[in-house]
Design a protein around this ligand. Sequence first.
Ligand code: FE2
Length: 251
Amino acid sequence: MNGPGQAREPGRAPYVDLHCHLLPGIDDGVSTLEEGVELARGLGRLGFGTVVATPHVRSGYWENTVESIGPALAALRGALDGDDPEILFAAENFLDDRVWDLFKQGGLIGYGEGRAALVEFPPQAIPIGARDRFFEMRIKGCRPVLAHPERYAEAWKGSEKIEPLADGGAIFLVDLPSLAGKFGRSPRRTAERLLDEGLARALCSDAHRPSDLRHVEDGMERARRLVGDEGLVELLASNPREVLAGRFEHV
Ligand SMILES: [Fe+2]
């Protein structure tokens, strides 16, 4: 099974969604194949030509592996056709000690050929030592992509506590639904500030079900007003493509 990073077909819609839960029945995302198809097609209508399925990998909750992802991915790809977005896969890795051991054993499910990986932390607090782990990931050739930095309470009052993670090489991937206010005022304001400060390096849907599409669309409009058309292309197309390709020239 090939992961993300395959060549983009000519004529595909430009945007790349680096974070989406559209594989049926393997995490808290869509539960049926029909919902997965509806979500993929809805993202296609919003301009996404590539969607990376990132099921949760979280100890005790969703212990996904390449083996559990494979059949769900095959089912979704089989239900889509050539006009729909291409579906790649990675994972949203909850970076506790167990998943960290997985990384050290070379078993983390990342983007492309593993030169980047999506990670998340408990919402209450970014663990002490996160920066060291990110540094070690980078040294070992895997750039950490931090999921929804705007949703960590430590980021709400200012970027001082999370900026060191970006300085250490983490790529901040902000949820479009946060910009639409789906998670409340603090994540929305923080997402706007991260865009304004240039700390947000890419945007994603983090969609879990078709009803999230309206938040994704609203978030895209909000982002367009904040960063303009060119900024939106950078955050939704060029930078995500660099992550998939394992090149980090601008991101
Ligand atoms: Fe997610």
